[in-house]
Design a protein around this ligand. Structure first.
Ligand SMILES: Nc1ncnc2c1ncn2[C@@H]1O[C@H](COP(=O)(O)OP(=O)(O)OP(=O)(O)O)[C@@H](O)[C@H]1O
Length: 228
């Protein structure tokens, strides 16, 4: 579960990215975060995976007060959160297998388990046969599948996806969405920022709209609500 109470985020240059956000996202929800460019969506997500800390207010993820977390506890909380980016962010010199296994190595999982689990998630995203390839040898959609495999390999309870289909064509995007839906079905909470009107209006989920650092709309099975 994710809870924010009167969250403010002001960056060093004085920009108020979030201006008093309160929200509760329950376990196993699938939430779209929508809103104009610069509204505060990425900041909202960065607070969840603890890339940023709030200037004011309280945020908890799985009952951990992550705004006030001691640094030695950060890795423990982070392993419960998988992150997916628009630009995939795979390591170019590592194979597909190594890119995914790396996420388990950093949490010092036993070697035997790393091998089994890595192949299992590559199978889930349909890329077991590409385990020895390098990212540059894969299409954009395939690279995003690898980044999803990496995000889920440690069985996180929360997945944060910042415009995961932003670089992909509609058909490939649909495949990625099916995969995220499957992961949600298997028990992970998903928070996804998107500018994709078709996806939001077709695959109906909870929609939270942010404008100018504030939540202006929060609807179960909502619509995108902006012209594109
Ligand atoms: N590190 C930073 N330092 C200063 N200002 C920042 C920083 N990161 C973001 N901002 C500003 O904070 C505001 C919110 O940015 P954010 O990236 O959260 O928006 P967004 O809704 O994700 O936008 P987009 O849809 O374009 O990705 C913007 O005005 C942005 O310029």
């Amino acid at each position: 579960m994710i809870e924010m109470h009167d969250i403010w985020k002001t960056y060093a240059d004085g920009t108020h990215a979030l201006r008093g956000v309160s929200v509760r996202i329950d376990r196993n929800e699938f939430v779209y975060l929508v809103g104009p460019s610069g509204a505060g969506k990425s900041t909202f997500m960065k607070l969840i995976y603890r890339e940023e800390v709030p200037t004011k207010g309280q945020i908890s993820v799985n009952d951990f007060n992550i705004g006030k977390l001691k640094s030695r506890k950060i890795p423990y909380v982070r392993r419960n959160i998988g992150v997916i980016f628009q630009d995939f962010r795979l390591l170019p010199k590592l194979t597909i297998y190594e890119n995914v296994a790396f996420a388990m190595e950093v949490i010092e999982a036993p070697r035997r388990i790393i091998k089994k689990r890595t192949m299992e998630v590559l199978d889930l995203v349909g890329l077991k046969h590409k385990h020895a390839s390098y990212p540059s040898q894969l299409s954009g959609g395939e690279q995003q599948r690898v980044s999803i495999a990496r995000a889920i390999v440690n069985n996180p309870s929360v997945i944060v996806a910042d415009e995961p289909t932003g670089n992909l064509d509609p058909e490939t995007s649909a495949g990625i969405m099916n995969l995220l839906e499957e992961i949600n079905f298997r028990g992970s909470t998903i928070v996804m920022a998107t500018h994709n009107k078709d996806i939001v209006n077709t695959m109906r989920k909870r929609v939270i709209a942010i404008e100018n650092g504030l939540i202006v709309r929060d609807e179960a099975r909502g619509e995108y609500g902006y012209e594109v």
